[in-house]
Design a binder for this molecule. Structure first.
Ligand code: FMN
Length: 223
């Protein structure tokens, strides 16, 4: 019951220097309390080279506060994968409805290191690993039978029997890191006087290809 929950703690004043540690704490709390079915569901917006936006839900697998990125996994050849190839920028939203909190993240995406994708893929349920091979995500499908036939073919190909089978990670499936250039935290306040703040920093590609992050600067915003 809404009226029985303790009021959500507002953001500190002055604002903390670093926002993603707070976001990571909020995610951990939402996962722990599990008061919504998928507390780590994250709306992910991408856009084409021409700036036409699209959005969908993915699961936020990690928030790494330092150096500051969030991780999700998907098919690199999907619609979102193709859009991120053409325009490697994204915006994401986590909504912790039960805790009356929202996190917005905007920034630059890059593939996670292959070893991380391998490790995460290996930890997934067998059906998910088979599905990653069988589904050419975002491509047209003639019928549901076509997909079930693809699942059966992959099961045979990798010699899956029962709950067992060595299914390697498909090369077109893996993680992305969304490196935060801006983070906004929102907390529901009493009488609709919500609390809201935005942190921004520079992100620059160094000569060795690594992203270099500047210091965060924070501003409280009118809700
Ligand atoms: C709760 C929930 C979690 C989802 N998690 C993922 C995910 O982690 N990765 C993914 O590729 N798709 C996930 N999906 C499916 C996506 O929303 C989407 O349908 C799919 O990725 C294809 O999107 P695209 O055609 O824009 O690339 C999830 C959907 C829901 C409703």
């Amino acid at each position: 019951m809404r009226g029985m929950t303790a009021p959500t703690e507002l953001l500190d004043d002055p604002l903390p220097a670093e926002p993603l540690a707070i976001a990571a704490r909020w995610l951990a709390q939402a996962l722990h309390e599990h008061r919504q079915p998928n507390p780590n569901a994250m709306m992910l917006a991408t856009s084409t080279r021409q700036g036409v936006p699209s959005a969908r839900v993915v699961l936020c697998k990690e928030i790494i506060a330092d150096p500051g990125y969030v991780v999700f996994y998907t098919n690199y050849l999907s619609r979102k994968g193709r859009e991120l190839q053409d325009n490697p920028r994204a915006a994401a939203v986590l909504h912790f409805d039960a805790q009356h909190r929202q996190v917005r993240i905007e920034g630059v995406v890059e593939h996670t290191p292959q070893a991380d994708s391998d490790a995460y893929f290996a930890s997934r349920a067998l059906a998910s690993r088979v599905g990653a091979w069988a589904s050419a995500q975002s491509e047209p499908l003639q019928s549901r039978e076509q997909l079930l036939a693809a699942v059966a073919a992959i099961t045979t190909r990798f010699g899956v029997s029962g709950d067992d089978g060595l299914v390697p990670r498909p090369p077109h499936w893996g993680g992305y890191r969304l490196w935060a250039e801006a983070v906004e935290l929102w907390v529901e306040g009493a009488a609709r006087i919500h609390d809201r703040a935005r942190w921004v920093r520079s992100l620059q590609r160094a000569r060795d290809g690594q992203l270099e992050c500047g210091p965060w600067s924070a501003t409280r915003l009118q809700p």
